[in-house]
Design a binder for this molecule. Structure first.
Ligand SMILES: Cc1ncc(COP(=O)(O)O)c(C=O)c1O
Length: 407
């Protein structure tokens, strides 16, 4: 291919890279014609929940308004005391962290493996304390965390695990779908995810008590269906509506194909780029199968002979919107967490009296894996609509960008 010819790649921001069509329209029509757009009375969201749960080993699913809401539901179901701690990753979306504070608990960060950017049992363990109420693991970019040792560690201490699967639909570890290892699995249906309605989310759980608390939480803790319903505890309205449910239901039925096509394109790309000096794929634990929300490579700048920023710039010149360093800095360096900007000037829950002055570690010197991982990751947009031509185009431009033959 002539490397000077720029081709337009499918994008998950519009119809070129989304699989939205007649199936979604048919279910939308059903929702609209029914005239019932609230899920408390309609059938589409409940059908979505039934199919989503069945797909995840018969877990109970509760649909909600976003991935952020999904994480909030999981934290609320665990029901921490004010000032309790949830151990989690600083390499994630802020929507996975702020719900912890809203629920009165403290995000305590652990390091990650610099090659996979994921938390591991080894990085979690030193952060566990007598205040640890749960551990949240995020399967970043579609690469599963090494769940065997993580579950062993947490089970041995009786600590529930929450899995953030927003980026990892259909990824597996030792043949088991991620989201089904921990007490709760959280998903996002935001525009760029494997399945989407623009916004939306869901949680799954096989623990009936946690599932019940999450069902209640999306409904302002109103006991729908109970003999003597009441508002049982502090909760919000996070219900998904029937219009969103219609789109999600159609998308769910396409999910298997979407993930398969992403995997096929990724296999072609990884084979084509395997010999580029200084370029290695995102780490993947043994027994895990990636679902390629994004395709990340690690760039060893010394071995590559070129800087990450220059490489990304070259790719941008070819219309490939690769993002160097993902979120740029660990989440604890964002203002909200760094300065503890929470409720008024209180800095609560960091200042909760039960904390007895305990602080949290936000010193990047203590997160070598995070610093290294973020310094070397190049996030390449990935899409189920990529053809062999698109994949070869990205691979050949990555090769040229690393060699400096194209700038
Ligand atoms: C890992 C992770 N968790 C949570 C979220 C929050 O999801 P939402 O944007 O749907 O609120 C995202 C969103 O991108 C995410 O990537």
């Amino acid at each position: 291919m002539n490397s000077k010819t720029t081709i337009a790649l499918p994008s998950d921001a519009d119809a070129t890279g989304r699989d939205l069509g007649d199936e979604e329209l048919a279910l939308l029509r059903e929702a609209i014609e029914s005239g019932t757009l609230t899920s408390t009375k309609g059938t589409l969201v409940s059908r979505l929940e039934a199919e989503f749960g069945a797909r995840h080993g018969g877990a109970r699913a509760v649909a909600c308004t976003s991935g952020t809401a999904a994480v909030h539901l999981a934290v609320a179901a665990i029901d921490p005391e004010p000032g309790d701690e949830l151990v989690t990753t600083p390499v994630t979306d802020m929507g996975a962290l702020t719900p912890i504070l809203y629920q009165g608990a403290i995000p305590v960060f652990c390091d990650v493996d610099p090659s996979s950017y994921n938390v591991t049992a080894e990085t979690i363990e030193p952060r566990l304390t007598d205040r640890t109420k749960a551990v949240i693991v995020t399967h970043l970019f579609g690469s599963p965390c090494e769940m065997g040792p993580i579950m062993e560690l947490c089970d041995a201490r009786g600590i529930p695990v929450i899995e953030d699967c927003a980026q990892a639909f259909d990824a597996t570890y030792r043949g088991q779908l991620i989201g089904t290892f921990g007490k709760v699995g959280c998903f996002s249906f935001q525009q760029g995810k494997h399945m989407t309605a623009g916004e939306g989310g869901a949680v799954i759980s096989s623990d009936p008590d946690l599932a019940r608390r999450m069902f209640l939480y999306v409904n302002k803790a109103w006991g729908y269906g109970d003999a003597k319903p009441d508002h049982y505890f502090l909760a919000l309205n996070y219900r998904m509506n029937e219009v969103t449910g219609a789109v999600c239901l159609a998308q769910l039925r396409k999910l298997g194909g979407v993930v398969q096509r992403r995997r096929k394109a990724a296999a072609r790309f990884l084979a084509a780029t395997a010999d580029i000096p200084g370029v290695t794929p995102q780490g993947l634990p043994e027994g895990a199968i990636h679902s390629f929300w994004k395709l990340c490579v690690n760039i060893d700048e010394d071995a590559a002979g070129r800087g990450l920023t220059e490489i990304a710039k070259s790719l941008h010149g070819a219309g490939i919107r690769a993002a160097p360093r993902y979120i740029g800095k660990p989440a604890f360096e964002c203002q909200v967490l760094r300065d503890q900007v929470t409720f008024g000037k209180s800095r609560w829950p960091y200042t909760d009296p039960s904390r007895e002055g305990r602080t949290v570690d936000h010193d990047r010197a203590n997160f070598p894996g995070v610093v290294k991982g973020l310094s070397q990751v190049l996030v390449i947009p990935w899409n189920e609509q990529y053809t062999d031509e698109h994949v070869d185009y990205i691979a050949s431009h990555l090769r040229a960008a690393v060699s400096g033959s194209e700038s």
